[in-house]
Ligand binder design. Structure first.
Ligand code: AOF
Ligand code: ZN
Length: 360
């Protein structure tokens, strides 16, 4: 029967990038061994997956089984509780991949279904469901965004040549995939050096994918006012800075509709944890970090990174002054270094993608 849950997970994925900060959810209704209804959560604030599946059913669902990737909700939020709709429909059995970590629900949906005499099974393909909603699980329980750090490097660990040239290290397919990841997160973050050096656009540029908010960490307010992230209005830009930014620069930015977040810090550097908390308060559930090495080091050192995605191209760039993905001071002994777990390796033609999670 896992095939139905697999289908529900596949449907859930269709919402990628549009449901944040809500979860990705899919639901399938099966009657006499046949799928009679399917649905998923399509966009933030829209109907939930279960309701969509019921609405799309092609025959009476009385006596049927529902497969849903997240515990159906029991609360009045933007929409009425799904459990009541399920109970009303006459569905007699529900398979749930994982309990809802949302404290407003967590277990109450399951309880309510059971009370109504529905047979409930929890845990089918739970691992896959948790992975699919890794952003939601962290954000709903901590209000702190899920942080993914992405980097592209040569096999000898360089992100540019000694003279700064970096176009292009990885292949086109890898770069396209990296753009897709942008479309799935709420925000993308870079340091000011990257903006000054590369003048990137930081947009998705793929049909069917939305643009995340651009966040520039710029402690002293050095952002050039004619840079692409300021001029281009296809995505929102937030500048995170300190009191070192000059007032007239701030005013000019705000006049250009750029949000400026000023954070106090004695060291004169943007306090990154506080920044993440501020972003969480704005509903930003996920941040993709796209370098460079100075920002990456600070984020690792402060324990802010959850997941890494390293694209590695089979080429040697060399040069002892060529930049690497993580700069800063570095750790003084291996025992203190950042350890990764759940390592996965994918091939993108001749490139290698290593995905892993930071052991906390
Ligand atoms: C979704 N989509 O398909 C399911 C959700 O703000 P609301 O009313 O849309 O409720 C959001 C909460 O509902 C969410 O945090 C999760 O706990 C629960 N289930 N949410 O957005 C869905 N099934
Ligand atoms: Zn619901």
């Amino acid at each position: 029967m896992e095939e139905y849950m697999k289908r529900a997970l596949k449907l859930a994925e269709k919402g990628w990038g549009y449901t944040n900060p809500n979860p990705l959810v899919g639901a399938v209704i099966v009657k006499n061994g046949k799928i009679v209804g399917e649905g998923y959560h399509e966009y933030f604030g829209g109907p939930h997956a279960e309701v969509n599946a019921l609405k799309n059913a092609v025959e009476d669902v009385k006596g049927s089984t529902m497969f849903v990737t997240l515990e159906p909700c029991s609360h009045y939020g933007k929409t009425p509780p799904c459990v009541e709709e399920i109970i009303k429909s006459g569905i007699k059995r529900v398979y749930i991949a994982m309990e809802d970590p949302n404290p407003k629900v967590s277990g109450n949906g399951i309880k309510r279904l059971k009370e109504a005499g529905i047979e409930v099974h929890v845990g089918m393909m739970e691992k896959e469901a948790r992975k699919l909603n890794e952003i939601f699980v962290k954000y709903i329980t901590t209000k702190f965004p899920f942080v993914i750090l992405k980097s592209a490097m040569s096999i000898d660990g360089k992100i540019a040549c000694y003279n700064g040239i970096s176009k292009w290290i990885t292949n086109e397919k890898s770069r396209k995939f990296a753009h897709k990841i942008r479309g799935r997160v709420s925000a993308i973050m870079v340091g000011i050096n990257t903006v000054i050096k590369d003048n990137p656009m930081l947009t998705t540029r793929l049909e069917g994918y939305k643009n995340p908010v651009r966040i520039i960490v710029d402690s002293r307010g050095r952002i050039p006012l004619d840079s692409n992230v300021i001029r281009d209005k296809t995505a929102k830009t937030i500048i995170a800075t300190t009191e070192l930014m000059l007032n007239n620069v701030r005013k000019k930015l705000e006049d250009m509709d750029i949000e400026v977040i000023i954070l106090k810090n004695d060291s004169g550097k943007v306090p990154l944890k506080e920044l993440m908390i501020k972003l969480g308060e704005r509903g930003i559930d996920s941040v993709l970090i796209e370098g460079g090495g100075t920002l990456n080091w600070s984020l690792f050192k402060e324990g802010i990174v959850d997941k890494v995605m390293f694209f590695i191209s089979p080429r040697i760039i060399g040069g002892k002054n060529a930049l690497t993905p993580v700069e800063g001071t570095g750790f003084s002994d291996i025992g203190n270094s950042i350890e990764l777990k759940d390592v996965e390796i994918d091939r993108i033609d001749d490139d290698i993608l290593i995905t892993a999670y930071v052991r906390k």
